[in-house]
Ligand binder design. Structure first.
Ligand SMILES: Cc1cc2nc3c(=O)[nH]c(=O)nc-3n(C[C@H](O)[C@H](O)[C@H](O)COP(=O)(O)OP(=O)(O)OC[C@H]3O[C@@H](n4cnc5c(N)ncnc54)[C@H](O)[C@@H]3O)c2cc1C
Length: 235
């Protein structure tokens, strides 16, 4: 997998396309050896850096959160071209974000995709949404003060609008407000954001494992099955 990422970064760099990459640390050995994962990831960061590119680390199940943040803090001492995903459904994320803001992080904020127990994560969607907005405000302030890069990875149009408004009141320019969404979801909103001058990155998955990847996305949100079927039969 590491070799694949190195090859992909080489191709992206040579073709000079504006594409960043994301990976899960478990794809490059996190369950087997943190040291080996670090070695692998360092090679990926070096390659990305040589092309002035950025690598994003996904956040997985809660059992990986401590390990992943520790890993991120370490790699940040050697590389500045690395971003980390944080999940708004976890109670702990408020503290994690405050700590990470000390090291000029790149943060991708998501709601969170895994089934987590109520001892550690909000049960109600409304609570996660509210926490997302509180964290987003902290991130907008940090971007405004040049203390972070923030990417708001959500398709929630209410949240997107609230973040746009908040950033406006703080005087953050549109090109400094970044959203990230999955390919094919809320395409009209994606086009609108890009047209209005916001930074928008679209996440795509590719490769032989596309089928299990999409099956996992469907499993995360049973409502997606209907969504996919509707899209298969409508123009
Ligand atoms: C760029 C990116 C990176 C991500 N990385 C991670 C990660 O590292 N770790 C992690 O835990 N999670 C990750 N996620 C997933 C994230 O946590 C959410 O599960 C997912 O984005 C859905 O939440 P939402 O914010 O869009 O809000 P929701 O309230 O779930 O959705 C808002 C609306 O968007 C639409 N929608 C949302 N998702 C879908 C979908 N899959 N199919 C069809 N319609 C949909 C629906 O109309 C829904 O009503 C990532 C998401 C994105 C966009």
């Amino acid at each position: 997998v590491t070799e694949h990422y190195l090859e992909a970064l080489e191709k992206i760099g040579n073709k000079k396309v504006n594409v960043e990459v994301s990976l899960k640390l478990t794809q490059i050995g996190f369950d087997l050896s943190v040291e080996k994962t670090y070695e692998n990831f360092k090679r990926i960061c070096e390659k990305a850096k040589s092309f002035n590119n950025v690598v994003w680390i996904d956040m997985e199940y809660s059992r990986y959160v401590d390990k992943t943040i520790k890993f991120y803090k370490k790699i940040k001492t050697e590389f500045d071209n690395v971003g980390l995903c944080l999940q708004a459904y976890l109670y702990r994320t408020d503290d994690d974000l405050k700590e990470l803001l000390e090291i000029h992080p790149f943060i991708r904020l998501v709601k969170g995709a895994y089934n987590e127990p109520k001892q550690i994560a909000f049960e109600q969607k409304a609570q996660t949404d509210e926490n997302y907005f509180q964290l987003a405000k902290m991130l907008v302030d940090a971007v405004k003060e040049n203390k972070a890069r923030a990417a708001f990875a959500t398709h929630d149009e209410t949240l997107v609008a609230k973040i746009e408004n908040y950033a406006k009141t703080k005087g953050l320019s549109r090109e400094n407000l970044e959203f990230q969404m999955l390919y094919g979801i809320k395409s009209n909103t994606q086009l609108r954001l890009a047209k209005d001058g916001y930074k928008l990155l679209v996440l795509i998955s590719y490769g032989n494992a596309w089928f299990p990847w999409y099956m996992r996305r469907l499993a995360e949100r049973p409502a997606n099955v209907g969504f996919v079927l509707r899209n298969m039969f409508t123009k």
